[in-house]
Design a protein around this ligand. Structure first.
Ligand code: GLA
Length: 392
């Protein structure tokens, strides 16, 4: 990734100085350690921010125009803050426009801006490059316009941009961790109350390693929406069975599930079982980390993958292969798919001394079977979105 001086040089070549506030900002991608497909069920998640990020440089303009240059793809766009509507052609611009639309709808006044951004987060790999783009845009625009937007509000605003403007029905996890991640901590988020707790994740003996399968099925959005619907059906069922307020699968205990599960259609039973058991695993996992019990945490990751594969059915052959290969390696405590699924990445917990051997063997074995060379990223928990230098 280019350093800031080089990026400013490109910025200055691209745009005439307006004499107004200028600044540089970044927002990271994420990997979820455990708690998959629980956020939109008002449950629990435990992601970390990763070392890969988007950097955005910006300067305010005196008018209502936004000009933006995507350095990685060498492509640019121009739009007015008075005329924000989703573009069918330049879909990448919708992430930026959507965020600005939501900021304005929340009642904050905006001026136009010139923007340049660059990213080293792999796209369509389940590492939340979209959320990072939303969050870095929100931070840049807020700071340049001197708006005080708290990180939690910023995360919600970015999620609304993705739901309403981009048209993807995601939960809150990705935007939340990109806004609030901290170096050496995982973020335990209650997706109902928005409460969060930083869980120390620094141990010199262990390492998080991400394996990118380099495949992504086109199915992600339609299957994601289908799972949401199936969870709603299960929730409705329990609403009728239990004599108390039920808002989401988060409200169902494992014993209640077991008592009534036979009355549910087979697919719905399995979907509900994943969400209910996964919420439980996150809470037990957080406790294990608090006690420094990484082996117990690794075991929960393995169970999470099994549940995502068999009950929630969002894995795929390549992800299962990466998990199987990982679990055969020495020094691996846990492995699972991460993110929405149907391709993308696995997340692995390893003893540090075994990382190099793991990387070599996974690359070899996965390539031998699939013909694809996977990418491997070693990343301790990184920090969330931030301003890179004083405004000037
Ligand atoms: C995607 C969504 C998140 C979450 C995960 C699955 O990454 O954007 O909100 O639902 O899938 O856990």
């Amino acid at each position: 990734m280019q350093d800031l001086n080089k990026l400013w040089k490109i910025f200055n070549e691209k745009f005439t100085d307006t004499g107004l506030a200028k600044g540089a900002f970044s927002a990271p991608g994420r990997v979820n350690l455990i708690g998959e497909h629980t956020d939109y069920n008002e449950g629990f998640v435990l992601p970390i921010a990763i070392g890969k990020k988007i950097i955005m440089l910006g300067q305010l303009r005196n008018d209502r125009l936004v000009q933006v240059y995507d350095l990685a793809y060498k492509t640019e766009a121009k739009f007015s803050l008075d005329n924000l509507s989703p573009s069918k052609k330049d879909t990448w611009v919708n992430y930026l426009m959507g965020v600005m639309d939501e900021i304005q709808k929340a009642g904050y006044p905006l001026q136009g801006a010139n923007l340049v951004f660059t990213s080293n987060i792999p796209q369509r790999a389940g590492l939340s490059s979209s959320a990072a783009l939303e969050v870095v845009t929100a931070l840049t625009i807020a700071k340049l316009n001197s708006l005080e937007i708290e990180p939690v509000e910023m995360a919600h605003l970015c999620r609304r941009a993705e739901n309403n403007f981009v048209g993807v029905a995601c939960g809150i996890m990705d935007q939340y961790i990109s806004c609030l991640g901290q170096k050496n901590y995982a973020l335990f988020i209650d997706c109902r109350t928005n409460d969060y707790e930083l869980i120390p994740f620094k141990n010199h003996n262990y390492q998080v390693v991400i394996c990118n399968s380099k495949v992504q099925r086109g199915l992600v959005n339609s299957e994601y929406n289908k799972r949401m619907e199936e969870c709603k059906i299960a929730t409705e069922f329990f609403k009728h069975k239990l004599n108390r307020e039920i808002r989401a699968l988060r409200d169902i205990g494992i014993d209640e599930y077991e008592k009534y599960q036979a009355q549910l259609p087979e697919i719905i039973t399995r979907r509900a079982r994943h969400v209910i058991s996964e919420n439980y695993r996150v809470q037990v996992g957080v406790q294990a980390l608090r006690e420094g019990n990484f082996s117990a945490f690794g075991q929960l990751m393995i169970e999470s993958h099994r549940s995502l594969k068999n009950d929630y059915e969002v894995s795929c052959a390549e992800l299962d292969l990466l998990v199987d290969l990982a679990l055969k390696q020495e020094g691996v405590l846990g492995a699972r798919m991460t993110g929405a699924g149907f391709g993308g990445c696995t997340v692995n917990l390893l003893k540090k001394d075994y990382v190099n051997a793991f990387e070599k063997t996974i690359k070899q074995e996965y390539k031998k079977i699939t013909g694809i060379l996977p990418e491997i990223y070693v990343t301790p928990p990184a920090e969330g979105a931030k301003q890179l230098a004083q405004l000037f």
